[in-house]
Design a protein around this ligand. Sequence first.
Ligand code: SF4
Ligand code: SF4
Length: 198
Amino acid sequence: MMKIKRTIKYDADRVQGFGREIMGVTGCEQLPSCIQCGTCSGACPLSIYMDFSPRQVMALVRADFKNEVLSSNTVWLCASCYACTVECPRQIRITDIMYALKQRAIKEHVYPRHMPIPILAKEFAKMVLSKGRITETLLVLQLFLRANWRAVLSSWRLGLGLIRTGRFVIKPERIERQAELAAMLATVNGNGNGKAKS
Ligand code: SF4
Ligand code: SF4
């Protein structure tokens, strides 16, 4: 059953300019034309688990309810399946808006702390930036250590078995000319000082 939040919101809860900032991100420009038809929520296979449906997120962003949106689980449950984007009658790129919100939540450290997905996204980006590619085993290890370190302890037998059979790569993998990739990512992120944004 959908766990939709129905708390009363006040004008004082709004963070003026937030909606405009998100709509300024490439791919999010069409948001003002949302007619709140709810097609996106109907198409979304995960909306029943979200605390705000995709339609509600669109309305909250437009109305500057920054804290509500960034602390919700919706953007982290979004699986980027693009079903909403394909169905939207106003050609709003809802999935891209979800990406913009994820980036903003990570940047401001306001994502739900209990959720492993933001941790995974952050560690993934960090690894790609520093090595040019990910090492799956190290990524999973980082995720467990940060999200649920007890799970690491309870899985030590499995870990040993994977190391013995050569399936658990401990040595970080890296690409050649990683510095060039880092510079390219920094440019894409609009950060020309050589450091890419997370
Ligand atoms: S389907 Fe498009 S127009 Fe309809 S509520 Fe969702 S974002 Fe708005
Ligand atoms: S892209 Fe995200 S919000 Fe859109 S339908 Fe898929 S899971 Fe739902």
